[in-house]
Write a new protein. Structure first.
Length: 185
């Protein structure tokens, strides 16, 4: 996995990736970034389609500003990846967010995730009617810790949004080079 919005990835390459994702409209793409400032800055140059989902990582309160950056984009489906969850996230502003994923850190030296952090986020999602996906407890042996929360798995996902095509605007046609699309060489 890599971050498409990393500073070493040039803007033209990002536009080419988006062009491929638009042409292959039968797939769903989940992009995740920690570079929300760059995502927001490039948003006006990107042609979003419903199959291109955009998310930001938020590990603790220090990074909640990324949620506002995500909300400022034109992505059709916006999600939060709260992993590795390293602290409580009370009073999340979830307006405009379509999905929340929570998970603990895994591997040697993994920092522990607290039960009440997870249940608080789950309860916030339920109150806001936002799908909640609990990925894992994490830890040095994540399989042993499992992924059940309160006796069950939480595998909720947002419903895919429909692709809207304007017959009079070729740039909205999936799979066809439209205005502003970067052709791959």
């Amino acid at each position: 996995m890599s971050d498409l919005f990393h500073e070493d990835v040039d803007d033209v390459f990002i536009q080419k990736v988006f062009a491929v994702m638009r042409r292959a409209h039968w797939h769903h793409y989940q992009l995740l970034t920690k570079r929300s400032e760059r995502l927001l800055r490039l948003d006006g140059q990107l042609q979003w389609q419903p199959q291109i989902w955009m998310g930001v990582s938020v590990e603790n309160m220090d990074y909640t500003y990324r949620i506002d950056h995500l909300r400022g984009t034109h992505a059709h489906t916006k999600f939060l990846s709260l992993e590795p969850l390293l602290g409580p996230l009370p009073d999340l502003h979830l307006t405009g967010i379509d999905w929340v994923i929570v998970g603990g850190e895994s591997g040697p030296g993994a920092r522990p995730m607290q039960y009440h952090w997870v249940t608080d986020i789950r309860d916030q999602c339920r109150a806001a009617r936002i799908p909640f996906f609990f990925k894992q407890w994490g830890g040095a042996q994540k399989r042993r810790a499992g992924r059940e929360l309160d006796g069950r798995t939480w595998d909720e996902m947002p419903s895919p949004k429909p692709l809207v095509v304007n017959l009079f605007d070729p740039s909205s046609w999936p799979g066809i080079l439209g205005s502003g699309e970067v052709a791959a060489h």
